[in-house]
Design a protein around this ligand. Sequence first.
Ligand SMILES: O=c1ccn([C@@H]2O[C@H](COP(=O)(O)OP(=O)(O)O[C@H]3O[C@H](CO)[C@@H](O)[C@H](O)[C@H]3O)[C@@H](O)[C@H]2O)c(=O)[nH]1
Length: 545
Amino acid sequence: MQSTAMVKVAEMMHIVMVPWPSQGHLNGILRLARYLVDEEGVLVTFVYPNCLYQLALNRGQSKAALSKTAEDAGANAATTPLFLSENLHIEVVEDGLPLDKAPDLGSFASSISTFRQGVQLLLRELIRPAPSLCSNGDGLKSYTHSWPTPRCVVADTFIPWVQDLADAVGIPRVDFWTSTAAVYSMGSQMELLVSKGVLPLSKSCWVDQDTKWTAIAPFIEGAPGLPPFPVTELPVEFIRPEAATAPEFQFMLNAFSRIPEAHTILIHTLHELERPVIEGLRAAELPVYAVGPLPEGLPFTTGSASSAVATNDCLQWLDTQSPCSVVYVALGTIVKPTAAELHSLALGLEASQRPFLWVIRPDLIGTNQSLADALPSGFLQRTVDRGHALVVPWAPQTQVLAHASIGVFLSHCGWNSTLESMLEGVPMVACPRAAEQRSNAKWITEIWKMGVAMEMREDGSFSKEAVESALRNALSEDGSVFFRKQARHFKQLARAAFQREGSSRANIQHFLRILRSLNEQNSGKEQHQEGSAKSFIGVLGSFAS
Ligand SMILES: O=c1ccn([C@@H]2O[C@H](COP(=O)(O)OP(=O)(O)O[C@H]3O[C@H](CO)[C@@H](O)[C@H](O)[C@H]3O)[C@@H](O)[C@H]2O)c(=O)[nH]1
């Protein structure tokens, strides 16, 4: 006889979630998983790419902390499902990526088949009607509990092949986008821009063919919800001179060209932040829903965020600083400033005469270099040794930003960092380096006006003077009052998103109603029946708001 708990589980909605294997992409979707489980009573099977799992362990997270059961703590991470809570099932899947460095688009492209195969096996396993207790011999374990067939697979926009896997098992793919609606809108135009011959940019568009950042190309028109904008605002991978032959370009083109196949699109943004763009995307018949900024959930969502050493070092040092005085500097998990840029940052920070907490990841320092070698001569003695600064390999960023001593966040404008800064009402100094960060920086500084843009040279590099001047502007008496007021306004909006009447909460509930309705429509039908995807579109239409 089934227990009451088992009966209840059988009635619950089950969703599979697949991130793109990089920290910046993992964080948002993992937060969504936790939210669905904790607040909406959904069962989630979450694919955790092995390279990120190992990275989290290496950064000081104990296996026991990653997995809440004693059995899992001693088991082989690559093959063992981890149970973080009764209703959140983490499945570590081999991704073929190197464990010693953050994966880039290039390395991911070459290892794609390993990850794809792992996800495919998992999906097939989950769709099996009856669970079994033994290993299936493919390195994946079968479940020991009977969760219902997944209703959909939510996957990062960068892994569009999940569409094929979802089609094969007869469930819809839901696209999860980890950046702004604005950049999604730009991406939705990529195929068209290629067919019109606008992209890849012709070499004649470049002032200097060795320069990655400066283009004299036309404005782009027609992106849903966006006014015409200069081509240089497109993500760097779209426009760099070597784009035509770069694997990243084809990779992006492939990802964005499969947008129309997704049954619904969840964007990790806030409706109130990007209303015209979201409305423009909907008018273009893209079923988008803003579902951010998702609250931080799992302790390991930010790598070593809960690593006791990093947390204590940073927070204790921040406790010794005056309110709103400290510059927090962190460039995310991928961006690699050049040696000259590291020097400009160091000297600009020193010249600003403000206390600072600076994250310098180990991979930013040469293999045979020490931290001191990577920085200007005597810099650490003049700053850290005198108690004016702290330099760490990794910081508990969300806790740092929440600390009362933080005055400004000098950031590369990665979207997670931007949302985290917004959630704490911290003004920003924008130092975009790659990907879609130039567009994010524009919104932060020109539209939301919650920070200062650092002046860039034509080739996209920056000087010590640019760092110093941006910090002085942001922290000047007038500047700090103005930017803090703006940042506080967005903090309120961001925090309201998941309150009772909050827009993102309502959007998530709306999305779940669509899935439930699909469930009802399909009840009594075969799970693998062709056409379930089409009926999903029908249901979506009837819910469209
Ligand atoms: O010392 C650190 C440094 C980073 N983080 C966390 O790591 C994440 C970094 O994410 P993000 O700010 O988005 O930067 P990237 O890792 O560089 O993210 C990539 O992915 C993002 C999401 O698509 C894009 O917006 C970026 O441009 C792209 O570089 C954030 O949650 C941070 O809290 C820490 O916890 N501690």
